[in-house]
Each structure stands twice: as C-alpha cells, then as structure tokens.
Write a protein that binds this ligand. Structure first.
Ligand code: TRP
Length: 347
C-alpha cells in the first residue's frame, strides 16, 4: 500500500479576533481558489489560540467569526471541510506523539516563538513553545500534501517535514509491517502566499497589516462597513508623488506599492495593469477609486459575515458536521499511528 496521490490541502486560521484585509487577501481567498483543484480541509485552530491567554467568551465568538469569514468568502463547507480543531481530538493526541519525535534543538530555532515570547520567555506558556508540533499534527493527521500559508509560517512547515521524515525513519520497520512501503507521512509542501498578496499596514508600508496594531486605522477589518473602509483608505499614508507607470517606479515607495497591490488583489489583475490605468495619477484620484473597489468587494463579505454571525446555530452546525467528517479521515490514520508506535489497541 502506498500513500497514494490524493492532493489534500490543509490550512488553519487562529481565532484571535480582528480579521482583516490581510487575512482575507493573503489567506482566505487563496483557500477559496484551491477548492477547484484540491480536496480542502480548513480549520479554525482554537487550540493554537490558547497558547496565549484568550477570554473564553471572546474565543467562542472569534471561532464563529473565522468560520463565518471562510463561508462568506466562498469556502464551500459542504464540498470541503470547515471545522474547529478542538472538536477533533486526534490533533491533540498526535501532537503528543510529535512532542516525542521533535527535538528540543529544532523547536529552539523557531523564530516565531522567539518573537512572540519576547524577552521574558520564562513566562511564555509551554504550549506556545510546542505550538509547531501541534501544527504538524494538524496537517499530518490528514496526511495533507499541500499547505497554503504566509511567509511567516514557512519555518513551521519545514519543521512539519522534519517531523514527518523522522517519524518515517524512526518507525520504518513497523511502518512496513503495517503495510506501507514508502513511508507513512507525506512531506507536505507549503504553498507560500506571494509578496503580491502580502498586505501591509495602511500607516506604515514596511509593517505587515496586523490585528495587534494599536491603531485601527492601520487595517481594514472584515467587519468594517463602507464608511470605515472609505475613511481608512482616505487616511492611509502615502508619499507626495504621482503613481508611476512602471512597476519598478514603486521601488522605495512601500505605501504606494501596498495600495497598488491591494487594488490589484481586489480587482484580480496584475500590478502592471493597475499602473497602466493609474500611472501618472495622484493619490487624490487613486484613493477614491481604491475605496470604491474595496467597498464593492469587501462590503458584501462583511455583510454576509454579519448575517452568518447572527445565526449561531447554523455556524455551530457547520462546525459539528465538519468535525465529524474531519474525524472520519483522521481516525483511521491515527489508529495506524498508534499501531506503528506500539500502543496496544484493545479489541
Ligand atoms: N500557525 C498558523 C498561523 O498562525 C495557523 C495554523 C495552525 C496552521 N495550524 C496550521 C496553518 C496548519 C496551516 C496548517 O498562521
């Protein structure tokens, strides 16, 4: 038996609040596209969220909000799978096994932990440290082969591959005995979101748009109405020059490049195309056009999210159904894992 060629996509978004245009253009629209070519599993990673303190009421609200965002953006939860991590216990169980496969030295190199834990790493949760092992478990619990993520998650994907490889090596004999001749876990490929869809802060073109930026003017939230969107674009930082007509004219102009990039992503065209239309224009012309486009594209998503959020029962049903279907894939894989590791399975 071999792993086979099913191309299975897995990705996750943390329910930590303030979903914004960066999450939408950088991740969620990508998830939507992949539905046409792959079998997709999209997770709301509530267990990752609690690696830093979350208010319980907010966590539940934010979990529903990410679910609503997936659906509002066009993820088809009946053809593919949408669920929250904590409802499929295989994630946590496999993460434990991976805690025993991954090496301290590997985790010590993770830059996200260093950034998030900051100077006072002694006070960071143990979960924040072992976070990448849980992420590897998320992906490998389904033997997913492709993982759309941003640049910042590339290192965690490499760790996932290292874990898969070490598991395949350490247990090669019992993996063969279990009937698999070319390893048990695939080495999943990252599908890295390109720089074009990397959305930067509206206040500082050198920083990523972020939910934790203290200035709400730095980001367009998915929950923003048309007036907020227009106001934020109007106030977005720019430089005094007109837009260039060639892409290389955007070099050294991070704010201009960001706004043009956002326009291109929303319009579904290239930066070149945008500059063909707006090269030579001042921001006083470009900003209202961007604003109109953003309202046209994001407005309906925000409204649909709001509508879905008002129907908790529906969202919870989507998550329940998704969890059941996710478990149906993960459970038999995990049964094999336990057998491979040497855990006794009572009949
Ligand atoms: N760590 C990812 C992030 O913060 C979220 C995540 C958790 C994830 N598990 C995953 C992404 C599995 C892809 C695959 O963005």
């Amino acid at each position: 038996m071999s792993i086979g060629l099913t191309q299975r996509v897995f990705s996750g978004v943390q329910p930590t609040g303030n979903l914004h245009l960066g999450n939408y253009l950088g991740a969620i629209t990508r998830f939507v596209e992949l539905q046409n070519t792959h079998e997709c599993i999209y997770c709301v990673v509530d267990m990752h969220a609690i690696t830093v303190w979350q208010d319980p009421v907010e966590l539940a609200r934010n979990t529903r909000e990410v679910t609503a965002a997936y659906i509002a953006a066009g993820v088809d939860a009946s053809k593919h799978i949408v669920f929250n991590q904590s409802q499929v216990s295989e994630h946590a169980e496999l993460a434990w096994i991976f805690n025993c496969v991954a090496r301290m030295g590997w985790l010590n190199r993770m830059t996200q932990f260093k950034d998030k834990a900051g100077k006072d790493a002694e006070k960071a949760s143990v979960g924040l440290y072992s976070y990448p092992d849980l992420m590897a478990a998320d992906i490998l619990a389904y033997r997913a082969t492709h993982v759309p993520v941003g640049e910042d998650q590339k290192q965690h994907l490499e760790l996932t591959r290292d874990i898969a490889q070490k598991f395949n090596n350490d247990f090669s004999k019992s993996i063969r005995q279990a009937g698999y001749d070319d390893g048990f876990f695939p080495l999943p490929e990252p599908l890295i979101t390109g720089a074009a869809t990397r959305v930067m802060s509206l206040k500082d073109g050198s920083k990523k748009m972020s939910k934790s930026d203290p200035s709400d003017l730095s980001r367009i939230n998915l929950s923003d109405g048309p007036d907020d969107i227009a106001r934020k674009i109007k106030k977005a930082r720019t430089d005094p020059d007109a837009l260039p007509s060639e892409e290389k004219g955007l070099e050294g102009r991070p704010e201009a490049a960001n706004l043009v990039g956002i326009y291109a992503a929303l319009a579904g065209c290239s930066i070149k195309d945008v500059l063909k239309d707006f090269g030579g224009s001042q921001f006083s012309t470009f900003k209202p056009a961007l604003s109109e486009l953003a309202v046209e594209k994001m407005g309906p998503v925000g409204l649909e999210m709001k509508r879905l959020m008002a129907d908790k029962a529906y969202i919870d049903e989507v998550l329940k159904d998704g969890s059941q279907r996710a478990r149906a894939i993960a459970a038999p894989i995990f049964e094999d894992v336990k057998r491979i590791v040497g855990f006794i399975r009572s009949k």
